[in-house]
Every structure is written in structure tokens, then in C-alpha cells.
Write a protein that binds this ligand. Sequence first.
Ligand SMILES: C[S@@+](CC[C@H](N)C(=O)[O-])C[C@H]1O[C@@H](n2cnc3c(N)ncnc32)[C@H](O)[C@@H]1O
Length: 283
Amino acid sequence: MQASNQKEYLLGANEAELERLRFQHWVWKKITNNFFDRIGIEQGWKCLDVGSGPGFTTMDLRDRIGPKGEVTALEPSQFYLNWLQQEAASRGWSNLHCIHGKAEDADIPVRSYDFVFARWVIDFVPDAEKFLKHLIAALRPGGVIAIQDYWYEGLSLYPRGTFFDRLPDIIRSYYRAGGGDPFMTGRIPGILRNYGVRVVDFTPNQLAGGPQSDVWEWVHRFFMGHLHLMAEKGVVSKGEVERILADWNTQRKNPDAIYFSPVVVDIAGTLDKSPKSSKNKTS
Ligand SMILES: C[S@@+](CC[C@H](N)C(=O)[O-])C[C@H]1O[C@@H](n2cnc3c(N)ncnc32)[C@H](O)[C@@H]1O
């Protein structure tokens, strides 16, 4: 464990969480693909996927950059990196690399990458400025940094007025209990600008659907995996968990119920080609 982050990563790294991340990747794939399309990732690019987890986006990036590019997964969980290395080997890829560590203090080559990406990582990080500063230093001048993460509003269930309405507050407390900030995406443009990065994209996304939809199934899996952990962290009582689950299970049988996801924001910026003009040094 490295000194900059005393708290354990909130969601853990294990087989069940890997499968949850796989499904989550599938549910949000269109939104991430649209973001990658807008950025215009090209064959031959050198990319860094930060907090890659098992590397579902790392592998998508490898597909985009082809055999002549290079993609590196940076991840503190050796369990996820081992899984990703096996996947890469089974595809015969020799240009997918791994760095074991946390973004804030890992040994990352400076002024090196065309593209640095972090999806669903920065909202968990206690010192987001340190995290971003280290990643911006890894960009070549003109390179692109892109973040996808929550602006933790929007999560809601129709019909309103059930105990479920308490859930957004509970999940925000869960993030804070892990040292993170569920509204970090609002702060990111200001930090980027301060380090010489010009923000070129800031796009909020939301999914919604009924009990048969993928987005419903996605959040169902999250609740089943994490509601009891929220109770262990003390952000919700066991009694409240029971009542939330009772509401949820009632609405699962209601064909007119609709679940709205929290907002996921796409943020992209390009590093100034003359970084002397930035207020802070990035390396
Ligand atoms: C919710 S998962 C998202 C995984 C992947 N980015 C995706 O979109 O599927 C968050 C990942 O961030 C990693 N992580 C947590 N803190 C980190 C840090 N300080 N630096 C880099 N990665 C971190 C965790 O180990 C975990 O694999």
C-alpha cells in the first residue's frame, strides 16, 4: 500500500466484482465508445488506461490503436492485472503492458502518452489534484486526457415516495467513507485548466429503463454486491437496507417502474503545446 492513499479502495478486487465490472462495461459501452469516437483515437497511438480494473476499456483501446500502437493498464490490483495479462496473451497481443500501482505515485513515463484515460476511478481518490497532476505529466504536449465518472445526481426510481428515495444520499456517504468525492467531476475542469489542459469536451450522460432493462440489471447487481458493505461501513443501518431492498423488489415486479442512473460525465482536455503558459508545472 502506498503512502498517498491510506484508505483501501472501496469496491474491492475479486472474482464477483470482476464479473460486475464486465457487465457494467457492456451496459455503458455505447457511451464510452461514443466518447472515444469524439476524441478520435487513432491507430498507432500510445495510451494509458488508469485504474483499468480487469482492463475492459484497455482491450477496447487496443482494438482502436491496432498492432502498431501501445496501451498500458495502470492498476493497483495485481489480481486484475494478472487476469488482463492472460487475456492479452490469449489474443497474441504484445503491445498491451501493465503498471502495478496507484496513479498518484506510480512510476509512469513523463511526456510520453497520446491519450490518458480514467473511467470510474477519480471519484474514489482522496487527492484528485495529485492524481491528475501526475497523469498530466505523462501526456505528450498536444496529448488528450479523458475522464468518465459520476456527478452523483440523477439516481432515482419511479414511482417516487418509497424508502428508495434515500439511496442517493446513502451512496454519496459510501463514496465519502472511502475517501472519495461523488461530485468530483464538477471540480475537474478547473484543475485541468490550472495545469495547462484545455477542456474540449464536457458531456453528461444518463441511462434509464424498466425492470427488464440492462441498466436495471446493472444497478441490481451493484445493490446485491454492495448494500451490505454500505451497512458495514455504517452509512446505512441494516434495517434501512432491508426496507430499500423491499421497495426495490416490489418495483422489480412493476412493469411501469423506471430506474434512472446517476449522471456519468465525459470530460476531455488537450495539453497545451507550450506548457510554460500553465500556472503550475506538471513535472
Ligand atoms: C470501478 S473500477 C473501474 C475499472 C475500469 N476503469 C472500468 O471502467 O471498468 C475502479 C478501479 O480503479 C482502481 N483504483 C482505485 N484507486 C486507484 C488509484 N488511486 N489509482 C489507480 N487506480 C485506482 C481500482 O483498483 C479499480 O480497479
